[in-house]
Ligand binder design. Structure first.
Ligand code: NAD
Length: 368
């Protein structure tokens, strides 16, 4: 599970820790270090108005602590918005472990990390993110119950990617309804960029519905497998933006909607799984709208994974997780309606709804 934009290290801020926390309105940040295991980690809790904060742990070789802090603050804030919009009783949190995920891991390190997670008493629930496997999470789970994304044989819900793909598919149907007057994707030309865990499962849904799917991936073996399995066309990664298509589905990298690609993109709808698709949310969110392209905000349509984790936390029920993911269809339509009524970009309409829910639920808590 990768996101190239996110994997690029975040730009460090010159502000102090408390100034940064105040700017982004974070509740709590925990710095964790342990010489014996080499653990250096930061856990950021953005907002727990809606419930305990949930977000994965990322292991990455940040150039500096400052960079790691900026990244964890940005990511944890994003989780508050994603869970709020998905209607989950979860707040936003995230953790980063500073280190090389290919060299620096050990059972002891993850168990020590699990103790730090446990010390927060359930205010933060962790899961996998870039550089972290289900095996690592199993070590964390030896020390704390505040974990999601465990494999099925440990009583968890397993890989969330198929659920994420289902949510993206629902978002795409809602976008088709809005843009073409019918939510049928039959005959629609859809380009799926990146056929990894989510992308391939999305191709499955799309081909079953009769969409004309074109795929692209940087790994030839991935392309070959998916082409043979689903009888779809493929293009080279550098040809993606030259293809005439109805729907562009970014399922690999972030920041693919940028000044360069917007000059070329020939599509009327954008819906995909990748996080942070708009290189600059404000500028490119508006540019997409001005071009008449309907953009379904990524953190809205890719929420299937967090929905699945949520159900694992409260008592796993696959049918309920899928039903709640299916509801992404309705939320997406609601966002489009708000966007067209107010004449604002769709990302902004989504942000506003997420903020409204946190504010409204926050007010009910004043009475306790
Ligand atoms: P993955 O690593 O399984 O798949 C990504 C695929 O993209 C890989 O096959 C990779 O080779 C390909 N790729 C990389 N660069 C490419 C390029 N330039 N052109 C074409 N293909 C390229 O990741 P995933 O779990 O399928 O996640 C896909 C995206 O969705 C990521 O951005 C991830 O952050 C996001 N996301 C995933 C989930 C989830 O449940 N897995 C949930 C929310 C968001």
């Amino acid at each position: 599970m990768i996101d190239m934009k996110e994997q690029k290290s975040a730009t460090a801020s010159s502000l102090s820790v408390l100034e940064q926390m105040s700017k982004t309105d974070h509740e709590q940040v925990l710095f964790c270090q342990d010489q014996a295991t080499g653990l250096k980690a930061i856990i950021a809790i953005h907002n727990t108005t809606l419930g305990p904060s949930l977000g994965g742990t990322r292991m990455w070789q940040y150039a500096s602590e400052a960079e790691a802090l900026t990244d964890v603050l940005r990511l944890s804030r994003g989780m508050t918005y994603k869970s709020s919009l998905a209607g989950l009783n979860l707040g936003g949190g995230k953790a980063v472990i500073i280190g090389d995920s290919r060299k620096d891991k050990s059972e002891a390190m993850f168990r020590r990390f699990g103790q730090f997670v446990d010390s927060l008493g359930g205010k933060y629930i962790t899961a996998e993110d870039v550089g972290i496997t289900t095996r690592d999470i199993e070590f964390v789970a030896e020390e704390t119950d505040h974990v999601a994304g465990l494999p099925e044989y440990r009583g968890g819900s397993g890989d969330p990617s198929p659920v994420t793909a289902y949510g993206v598919y629902m978002g795409m149907k809602a976008a088709a309804h809005q843009q073409y007057g019918s939510d049928s994707l039959n005959g629609k030309k859809v380009l799926v960029q990146g056929v990894g865990h989510v992308g391939e499962a999305l191709v499955d849904y799309l081909t079953q519905e009769g969409a004309k799917v074109i795929i692209s991936d940087i790994y030839e073996d991935r392309v070959k497998d998916v082409v043979n399995k689903y009888m779809v066309e493929a293009v080279n990664p550098d040809e993606v933006y030259d293809v005439d298509m109805d729907i562009y589905a970014p399922c690999a990298l972030g920041a693919t909607i940028n000044d360069e690609t917007l000059k070329k993109l020939k599509c009327s709808v954008i819906v995909g799984a990748a996080n942070n698709q708009l290189a600059d949310e404000e500028r490119h969110g508006k540019a997409v709208m001005d071009l008449g392209i309907l953009y379904a905000p990524d953190f809205l349509v890719n929420a299937g994974g967090i929905i699945n984790c949520y159900w694992e936390v409260i008592g796993y029920n696959r049918d309920a997780a899928m039903a709640q993911t299916e509801d992404i269809y309705n939320t997406t339509l609601k966002i489009f309606k708000r966007s067209s009524e107010l004449g604002i970009p769709t990302y902004l309409a989504a942000n506003q709804l997420a903020e409204q829910r946190v504010e409204a639920i926050g007010k009910t808590k004043q009475y306790f």
